[in-house]
Design a protein around this ligand. Structure first.
Ligand SMILES: [Zn+2]
Length: 113
């Protein structure tokens, strides 16, 4: 369960920004989590109140947006959602593709006061 370390990492980023920029309160932290990032957003939500306690992010809301996977097929050039269940190109059935979206995990935005 690496979500605990990731939650800690998010808070470290936010609080070092707060020190650098000198804003008072962090109201909202917006995260982007890709479908195939291997990260479970619910775990981050669960850990957040515990990990943020006593930090600059203590009263912040956590807003997580999900990024669905998209592929680019190397055989037929298809771009878009992969086949369901198993990962393949829905147009030609190839498994030779590059994942162009869906592995993201980052802090998109911090809303401050
Ligand atoms: Zn294809």
């Amino acid at each position: 369960m690496h979500e605990l370390a990731l939650t800690q990492g998010i808070i470290d980023i936010v609080c070092s920004e707060q020190e650098k920029q000198g804003f008072k309160d962090v109201r909202e932290i917006r995260l982007k989590v890709g479908e195939y990032s291997g990260i479970v957003p619910d775990y981050i939500k669960d850990f957040f109140p515990m990990v943020s306690k006593g930090t600059c992010a203590e009263s912040a809301e956590l807003a997580i947006s999900f990024i669905p996977a998209e592929i680019k097929c190397r055989d037929c050039g298809f771009e878009g959602r992969p086949g369901t269940r198993k990962m393949f190109c829905p147009q030609c059935g190839s498994t030779a593709f590059t994942m162009v979206k869906g592995r993201e995990f980052y802090v998109e935005n911090i809303l401050v006061e």
